[in-house]
Ligand binder design. Structure first.
Ligand code: NAD
Length: 249
């Protein structure tokens, strides 16, 4: 089986990590179907679909486009809503519901909707977060959604193994996406905020979208043929530490 014969679907591919994943697969000769709320960029060899993964209509649009593309060897559930900040005491019900719908329920329902197009040997990769492994103060909905996605990944691995499918997840640390860079530049002290982000990681820098895409690619490939139900941190050592990236307290 050569890479050139393969097709893949990635959600949330208009920018950031999803876009880097689409670009990497396209570069390696895959047929890529990118889905997002707004039409993803037109990369060579790519199909694009405008779809909200949290709606049945959006998922159906993705399934139709995937069927037209031919087989799907890899599905990457990457789209996420990161906008509902708030603690367990004040996160809005609306923000909570949107976060859980997009980040947790949509990966379940999209995978289920596409399962008939995934041949034995195909793989699903979920994009979770270090915030699915540990919590951040004041970010209850996102923490719960990514923690749910981590264990959903394990449940999917068990339930889809009889279908010959593997399911794994990556848990990125802070990655230099448009969203993260914007929050740095819009902060009161951008230089200090950048250093604070960097210092969360033992490697003292942000990760790049490409560095996450490369691990996603590995998990989707036959090089990872004996891996399923695993959660791989791509976090520059953030979760290797008890706290403060290994600095003494
Ligand atoms: P981003 O916010 O820059 O991009 C997410 C994309 O998903 C956007 O293009 C958005 O339009 C799309 N999207 C949102 N809701 C959607 C929906 N309902 N249907 C279809 N598309 C939708 O995000 P990013 O920073 O590139 O993150 C990508 C993934 O990586 C997310 O799952 C995020 O939780 C995870 N992650 C990111 C970081 C980071 O530092 N950037 C760290 C850990 C995990």
């Amino acid at each position: 089986m050569t890479d050139a014969s393969n097709g893949m679907v990635v959600t949330g591919a208009a920018r950031g990590i999803g876009r880097a994943i689409a670009e990497l697969y396209a570069e390696r000769g895959w047929r890529v179907l990118s889905a997002d709320l707004s039409l993803p960029p037109n990369l060579r060899g790519q199909r694009r679909v405008k779809a909200d993964v949290s709606t049945a209509a959006g998922r159906e649009r993705i399934v139709r486009a995937a069927r037209e593309m031919g087989g799907v060897q890899v599905l990457v559930n990457n789209a996420a809503f990161q906008g509902a900040h708030g603690s367990v005491l004040d996160v809005s019900e609306r923000g909570w519901a949107r976060t859980l719908n997009v980040n947790l329920t949509a990966p379940l329902l999209l995978t289920r909707a596409l399962v008939d197009l995934l041949p034995r040997g195909a793989a699903v990769v979920n994009v979770a977060s270090v915030q699915g492994l540990f919590a951040e103060q004041g970010n209850a909905a996102y923490n719960a959604s990514k923690g749910g996605l981590v264990n959903l990944t394990r449940a999917m691995a068990l339930d889809l193994a009889p279908h010959g499918l593997r399911v794994n997840a990556v848990a990125p640390g802070a990655i230099s996406t448009e969203a993260v860079l914007q929050s740095i530049t819009e902060s009161d002290d951008p230089e200090q905020t950048r250093r604070d982000y960097e210092d969360l990681h033992a490697l003292r820098r942000l990760g790049t979208p490409r560095e996450v895409a490369q691990v996603v690619y590995f998990l989707g490939s036959e090089d990872a043929a004996f891996m399923t139900g695993t959660i791989i941190p791509v976090d520059g050592g953030m979760t290797a530490s008890f706290m403060m990236a290994g600095r003494p307290v």
